[in-house]
Design a protein around this ligand. Sequence first.
Ligand SMILES: C[S@@+](CC[C@H](N)C(=O)[O-])C[C@H]1O[C@@H](n2cnc3c(N)ncnc32)[C@H](O)[C@@H]1O
Length: 496
Amino acid sequence: MSEFAFRPNTLYYGDCLDVMKNWPDASVDLIYLDPPFKSDAKYNILFGKDTEGKARDPMAQFTAFQDTWYWTNDANESVEKIKGAVGHPAHKAICGLAEMLPETGMLAYLVYMADRTAQMRRLLKDTGSIYLHCDPSASHYLKTIMDCVFGAKNFRNEIVWRKYAGRKSNAKVKYPTQHDCIFFYAKDAAAHFAPQYLPMTDLEISKKYTNVDEDGRRYRLAWGRNYQTKGEQRKIYLDDQPGRMIGTLWVEDGLQLNTSSSERLGYPTQKPLALLERIIQASSNKGEVVLDPFCGCGTTAHAAYNLKRKFLGIDISPFAITRVCKDRLKNAAGMEVRGLPTDLQSAHAMWKDNPFKFERWAVTTLPGFVPNDIQTGDGGIDGRGMMLHKPEGEKGYVVAQVKGGSFTPDQLRALLSQLRGKKVSMGVFVTLEKVKPTPTMLKVQTDAGSLTQGTHKYNRIQFWSIAEYFEKVRSPLPPMRDPGTGGGMQETIPTE
Ligand SMILES: C[S@@+](CC[C@H](N)C(=O)[O-])C[C@H]1O[C@@H](n2cnc3c(N)ncnc32)[C@H](O)[C@@H]1O
């Protein structure tokens, strides 16, 4: 069975396009997607921010994901492919947009979204719905794509979600942006929808329901349908009403994540559970399947689980899947994580198939480690973490270099030079198979020296292998910080 086979209650590490391609037609009831918005920003997490405030140097933060787009050969190929494929659901939109827009990051982003939303259409049942969360950076173009892929007649609403409870802005030449847009489309006319309600406020009640009957029930008077002929009014009782129907302005307090919210997991762009619970309740039934193809820290999966729906979450970040979502959903019975190596053999296979994906995953086998930014060389460093207790006068960073295949002593010396730069306290050389250090390697290790924490002495250069990870050997590191919360963290244990 493919690692990406369709299996509800599963989190997948991978590009959602690669994962969704494996799934059968009409298998999902509801899709919520909160993809990169083409904001041209990097979304960072700060190590240890709970105790230390803002990041002071670039080493103190890592990029959870990037939202910058460039015109590349791949983008060009995708545009040409869709332009030539008259049956592609986004064919007309991409032909038009390619005519109108220059070959820049915007067009690259839109063709990326066109390919992925086309897959989502295939997966959605006729009774299903899709909610696309975006912001004004590209919402106008995204709606064109959605109209083309899902049909303009299936457009149901544009929802305005107020994302900040209150925000000071330094915008000098424009109004500060306070909202995101959520486009809601049905797959077809048969799509399930249950209107949602909020309790009425005391003010609304006292203004609207001004009468009280002999039983003490509050009511208001309303004209019947054919009031012109009958001239009668009927009583609408307050206690018969489900509340105030929710419209397209989702602005009320409690629907945002405040900085101090206990829900916060330290993942940038995390959405509140209340937002997702509203969408899931309106557009799905218990037991149905809810997909989030860009699941981040797993808010949709968590809300679906709370509401007794089945979930599917996909993310391209191993940090999001292995550290945050997996932990958040650990109580979901039968929950599985796919797309990650489960033994040494599958780790070898991942390295051969996609060395970059392998490196990003391999660093997360070390407690508290996160992969480095996608396009940076960073002197061969593939990931980093931060010690819970910094050595005196040091910053406490630990860096990792991953080698899937053979390596040379020079590469190990490069790691040593990172330590000499004084910013880094320890370096870990990560290999697939366990290495037996040669005399040259041992010399480099000795030259790097050691440090003491409590009663333990740690070599500043350590060797760590994926083989040891699967043998459940303890990592060779001192206590490390959780990169999301800044607190201490547990060892990673491989999934059986
Ligand atoms: C805006 S965040 C989603 C946040 C999420 N709604 C939450 O509440 O945590 C977008 C996510 O999409 C992921 N991502 C970017 N490109 C992806 C792709 N091609 N396939 C799957 N995930 C992707 C990023 O790693 C990031 O976690």
